[in-house]
Design a protein around this ligand. Sequence first.
Ligand code: ADP
Ligand code: S3P
Length: 299
Amino acid sequence: MEAKAVHSFHLSTMVVGDKLGRTGPSSSLRMSSGFVKPKKFQGFVSHRLSLLQRSQQRTVPVVVACSSYNNIPASILETGSFRDPLDEEMILKSKSQEIEPYLNGRCIYLVGMMGSGKTTVGKILSEVLSYSFFDSDALIEEEVDKTSVADIFKNYGEAFFRNKETEILKKLSMMRRDVISTGGGAVVKPTNWKYMHKGISVWLDVPVEALARRITKVGTNSRPLLHYEAGDAYTKTFMRLSSLFEERSEAHANANARVSLENIAAKLDQKDASHLSPKTIAIEALEQINGFLKGEDGC
Ligand SMILES: Nc1ncnc2c1ncn2[C@@H]1O[C@H](COP(=O)(O)OP(=O)(O)O)[C@@H](O)[C@H]1O
Ligand SMILES: O=C(O)C1=C[C@@H](OP(=O)(O)O)[C@@H](O)[C@H](O)C1
């Protein structure tokens, strides 16, 4: 998780978390103007639940259109080149408009290894879908008296953190219209899947080399599971991530949709998956979600 930008969304709350380079309490819950800031996550949950009850009175039929890319020039579709930022914006808008009604308000859970871009891509998705964005690590930090994930691991142990993670996912599973960046280890517990399957889960599948490069660049302060190996920063991060990736590969496959950076690079005729922009990855996520929705609808 790394969340540096502060966005405000139309609904009610948004989490701002920045685990990297934080020294003290690391995140806060923000309410848009007109609402009283709750002390705890519980406050925002009850507020969101009342919104949910109101919104449930209006339901959208789940019918998925099998046609796609209505507003996108054929030249872009043929080349598959998303490099021009304006093209990327246009495709993001078009694809999100296409799937938004068929999501029927369901939340999107981003799962994947540490550093896979769940926070970065999650924020892009939440903006284009007009969803709220939540980071489950930041919510846990808020609940544990604004204690950083690293300090929660140090002071209370991993099991305590994992229980909090499950509690948070349970609460989030009652929400609608949220994009949720989960912690990398959330995939391991079957109970967490029970909650995440209330929405649509998307696995960001990033090669371990790219993960290790990203994390080495920003440091491992906020990622306590990477604190144990010996050696130079890249090698120890790579080694630890490789074994975690191995342990979690089956669990990742529970996700409804998979966004493989290697597949995107192949589609775009690019050699290196690590140069794909977050928006290009978000576009692929919308495409894979669309594929999942079509499958649900029998298209
Ligand atoms: N597509 C990308 N290309 C390069 N760097 C990226 C990309 N996506 C994310 N990053 C960087 O990788 C780091 C981890 O990203 P983040 O979104 O916090 O991952 P996660 O939430 O999965 O842990 C951040 O420094 C972020 O800026
Ligand atoms: O992979 C993991 O087990 C973890 C990933 C972290 O989240 P990010 O994936 O957001 O870094 C955080 O939940 C914690 O350090 C444990």
